[in-house]
Every structure is written in structure tokens, then in C-alpha cells.
Design a protein around this ligand. Structure first.
Ligand code: MG
Ligand code: ZN
Length: 227
């Protein structure tokens, strides 16, 4: 009983903090995205290619969540964008309070897209709202098409689903139709992108979607639309 209550309190507190974050992002016309995936799905590479693909058009800021170290943060900082590293020291997800502290370092009025790369796993990051506009779930084809069926919560919460490393499709026998079907069964709305950050296949469609979502959000909050 007590344990259940504690968990509920933690989640309630997180929800309030997430709402505060969301208001700040809306006020500054920022599209905040929470990238969730298993380790090695290609989140960082997707971010690298997305940020360089939209360079000169959109300003990015990145919050990197890792248990320890700053390997990915260094890769992204090399693109000349502001990056804040959060080390959870064993924690397997980011929460809204950590994100709140992290974005104090950014010039919010100069930020179009805030990308949060969550700690790599498909389980508990689904439970913690960070104040993002969307969760983006990245599933690389070498992981297998069974993941949407095995981790339904995160796929049902997703605002977009990315099947990454699509250039490896033939080599790994990933059943694309089955994967799409399983995502659709639990999530009717999220667009599903099939792309390879390595070859560039499908990247255009993905980046166009980001720009359209940013404009939609700004129109909705009547802040200045981009372009
Ligand atoms: Mg990474
Ligand atoms: Zn966790």
C-alpha cells in the first residue's frame, strides 16, 4: 500500500513539473521532443544528421541523458549547438525536474527545437512526461519487429515512430509490414518514418515533418511561425 502511494506521489510531482516545462516551451515557441529507444538504436546519429540537415534553418539545443559519461554530448556539441549532459548515476530514465534544471543553460528565445535524448531503454522513460510536445520512439531494424508488441506502452505514447537503420533491412529480415501493423494496433495516429541516417534515405520526409510540427505548435500558441 505505502509503496504504491509513494510511486503515485513521484509520478504526480513529475506531471506537475512537466506541465511547468511545457508552458515554458510553448511560451518561447520551442518544439520539445523526447527521443526514446534502446541503446544502439541510433538516436544520436539520427540527431546528428537531423541537426546538420536543418542547419541554417532551425536552431537546435540538446539535452543528453546517460547513466554516466558524455560521449554523445561531445558528438553533438561538435556540431556547434548548445548541449547539456545529464548523468543519472544509475537512473534508467530522465524526469521533468532534471530537464527543467538542464534547460536553464539555453537561450530559449534562440531555440526552435529542443531534443532530449533519454536514457536508452524502452520501459520506464514511457512513464515520465518531461513536458515534451512528442515522444519520438526509435526502433532500429536489427532489434527485430517484435518490439512494438513487447513494449506497447512506449509505442502507444509515441507522437512519432522511427524505424531506423532501414538500409540494413535485407540483412536482418525485419518484417516491416508486421512492425507497422503492430504499431498501428496500439497507436492509430503517430506517423511512422522509415529511414537511414547513414544513407540519408527517408531523412527528407522526417525533417519536413519536424518543421511542420514546429509551425503547427507556434500557430496554435500564436507565437511567430517559422517561415
Ligand atoms: Mg546515444
Ligand atoms: Zn527508469
Amino acid at each position: 500500500m505505502t509503496e504504491i502511494k509513494i510511486l503515485k506521489n513521484i509520478l504526480d510531482q513529475n506531471r506537475h513539473r512537466a506541465e511547468d516545462n511545457r508552458q515554458v516551451f510553448n511560451k518561447h515557441g520551442i518544439l520539445a521532443l523526447n527521443f526514446i529507444a534502446s541503446p544502439g538504436a541510433g538516436k544520436t546519429t539520427l540527431l546528428e544528421k537531423t541537426i546538420s540537415g536543418l542547419k541554417g534553418k532551425l536552431e537546435f539545443a540538446v539535452i543528453e541523458g546517460d547513466i554516466t559519461g558524455d560521449y554523445d554530448a561531445r558528438r553533438l556539441a561538435a556540431l556547434g549547438i548548445p548541449v547539456v549532459q545529464i548523468n543519472t548515476e544509475g537512473g534508467c530514465h530522465l524526469d521533468a525536474g532534471m530537464v527543467h534544471k538542464a534547460f536553464q543553460d539555453f537561450v530559449l528565445d534562440r531555440t526552435d527545437i529542443l531534443a532530449v535524448e533519454n536514457v536508452g531503454n524502452l520501459v520506464c522513460p514511457a512513464e515520465f512526461d518531461l513536458g515534451e510536445a512528442f515522444k519520438v520512439v526509435v526502433l532500429s531494424v536489427p532489434e527485430g519487429e517484435d518490439k512494438p508488441a513487447k513494449y506497447p506502452l512506449i509505442f502507444s505514447e509515441a507522437g512519432a515512430v522511427v524505424f531506423s537503420k532501414i538500409d540494413l533491412l535485407k540483412a536482418v529480415n525485419f518484417d516491416l509490414a508486421k512492425a507497422r501493423e503492430d504499431v498501428r494496433r496500439i497507436n492509430r495516429e503517430a506517423p511512422i518514418f522509415e529511414l537511414s541516417a547513414a544513407t540519408g534515405q527517408g531523412m527528407g520526409e522526417w525533417m519536413d515533418w519536424l518543421v511542420s510540427k514546429l509551425n503547427e505548435q507556434r500557430k496554435f500558441n500564436s507565437t511567430q511561425p517559422f517561415s
